[in-house]
Design a protein around this ligand. Structure first.
Ligand code: GBH
Length: 463
């Protein structure tokens, strides 16, 4: 074994979670209903009819969970706030009990020397706002900015890292196009409007938060993918361009260059007249950012299915407006339990591309991790060797990217705990820590012990 691969001083060794996936306490502290409550309580949407009513009961057990993080040597904790806990009716003054929960959590983190890294929106929209039209309606961008600004002014004395949105692609296209996520709508024009209003809400929120506190850090988290054509046929190459537009450039270009890509707008014109993009919106979206968060899981290798088919109402739901002919090709590589091919090199490609095409901007991996069928062993441990190997390989890739000059400042593993994996319920386990949902007992997995050693050394072993 060669010399260990050390990360730069101050590198953030983080773990990530999201409110609906871990909190539970769904009916406590005056919390309002979210679209995920409604969706998961509606039959047929989630694996075995499961929901986040209790989840990991983090709402009550947060001191134990913060102690676990401290024990693992976590330096930064990325978590999200449930909008309906803070604004049960989607507007107005903040709910004191909701605010109190997050305030206590933040104090607990700070007492343990862990930096809070907040996401304002990780998919749990107040149901009342969905009933007013949800993200496809322009007014919601202003509602989001109002919510963000109020939470920010209440907590920015202690929270210095603010992320507006997690993965707007999922909110817009799984929520409103494919319908596999809440609110479960299947309407391509609406999904494209949702995408724009998410971006607009981000821009409005960052502008207002920065005006009131210029010294804190503001950013956003995107799920980004390398997108490769399966063959060098012109049709596959064109498909890869279109999916790269929808998946990656739809967000990166307005955020960091102040303009939607022309080719993306051309691609979606058969589905929408684009009237929802008003003069000045792109400028609003193009706020200076202090960091960009990258969630990386796998690569898309794509081939055209049917000939250049444009989605029509009544067609099978696809999350790709204007590009419903896409087929994801398997290369036969080993996969995670999600069926995702394990491809650490793809992380390096995403990071280098950001640096090259959109930099300079400080980058953080805000999610990366692996689902495994973990069980507590007779010896009391959880022996997730595959996850240890997965994390090691991805961290090495990150280290090589830094050596090549990529400004990567930290890495948050998804996830601290096994949790509610959206439409897949509790059937997929991503945690460094195992959660027994009957007893709420937490057990640190081998990957958690690996993380502790790596964080303490600020280094990983080379291959
Ligand atoms: C990220 O989403 C999320 O930020 C995080 O909340 C999630 O737990 C994690 O990755 C792992 O998936 O619900 O049937 O569509 C990435 C997008 C969303 C894709 C959930 C897989 C599960 C299958 N993921 N989805 S389904």
């Amino acid at each position: 074994m060669g010399e260990s691969m050390r990360f730069p001083d101050g590198f953030a060794w983080g773990v990530a979670t999201a409110s609906y996936q871990i909190e539970g306490g769904a009916f406590e502290g005056g919390r309002g209903e979210s679209i995920w409550d409604r969706f998961s309580h509606t039959e047929g949407n989630v694996f075995e009819g499961q929901n986040g009513d209790v989840a990991c009961d983090h709402f009550h057990r947060y001191p134990e969970d913060v102690a676990l993080m401290a024990d693992l040597g976590v330096t930064h904790y990325r978590f999200s706030m449930a909008w309906p806990r803070l604004q049960p009716d989607g507007s107005g003054q903040l709910n004191p009990a909701g605010l109190d929960f997050y305030s206590r959590l933040v104090d607990e983190l700070l007492t343990n020397g862990i930096t809070p890294w907040v996401t304002l929106y990780h998919w749990d929209l107040p149901q009342v706002l969905e009933e007013q039209g949800g993200w496809p309606e322009r007014d919601i961008a202003y509602r989001f900015a109002d919510y963000a600004t109020k939470v920010h002014s209440a907590l920015s004395d202690r929270i210095r890292h603010w992320t507006t949105l997690n993965e707007p692609w999922c909110s817009a296209f799984l929520g409103y196009a494919e319908g596999r996520h809440a609110p479960g709508r299947q309407d391509h024009p609406a999904a494209l409007r949702a995408a724009h209003h998410l971006m607009l809400g981000h821009g409005l929120a960052v502008a207002e938060m920065r005006r009131s506190d210029p010294d804190a850090d503001y950013g956003i988290t995107l799920n980004l993918f390398p997108v490769d054509p399966a063959t060098d046929s012109a049709a596959d190459e064109d498909l890869a361009r279109r999916i790269d537009g929808l998946m990656n450039r739809q967000w990166l270009d307005p955020l960091l260059r102040g303009r939607y890509p022309d080719d993306l707008l051309d691609d979606v014109r058969p589905v929408t007249d684009l009237a929802h993009i008003q003069d000045g919106d792109e400028k609003t979206i193009n706020q200076p950012l202090d960091f960009l968060g990258v969630n990386y899981y796998f690569r898309h290798v794509l081939s055209v299915g049917e000939q250049q088919r444009v989605w029509q109402p009544g067609d099978e739901p696809s999350p790709w407006p204007g590009s419903s002919d896409m087929i994801s090709v398997s290369r036969g590589w080993p996969t995670t339990e999600m069926g995702w091919e394990i491809d650490p090199a793809g992380l390096g490609e995403v990071l280098r591309r950001l640096q090259r095409d959109y930099g300079p901007i400080p980058l953080y991996v805000t999610e990366n991790g692996m689902a495994c069928p973990d069980e507590v062993d007779e010896d009391g441990g959880v022996h997730d060797a595959d996850r240890v190997d997965y994390l090691q390989r991805h961290f090495r890739t990150a280290h090589r990217a830094i050596a090549d000059g990529v400004d990567l400042r930290g890495y948050f593993v998804w996830s601290l705990l096994d949790n509610f994996e959206w439409a897949l319920g509790y059937s997929k386990r991503f945690g460094l820590v195992h959660c027994d949902y009957e007893t709420q007992r937490r057990t640190v997995k081998d990957s958690g012990h690996w993380f502790r050693a790596a964080a303490a050394a600020n280094a990983v072993e080379p291959d």
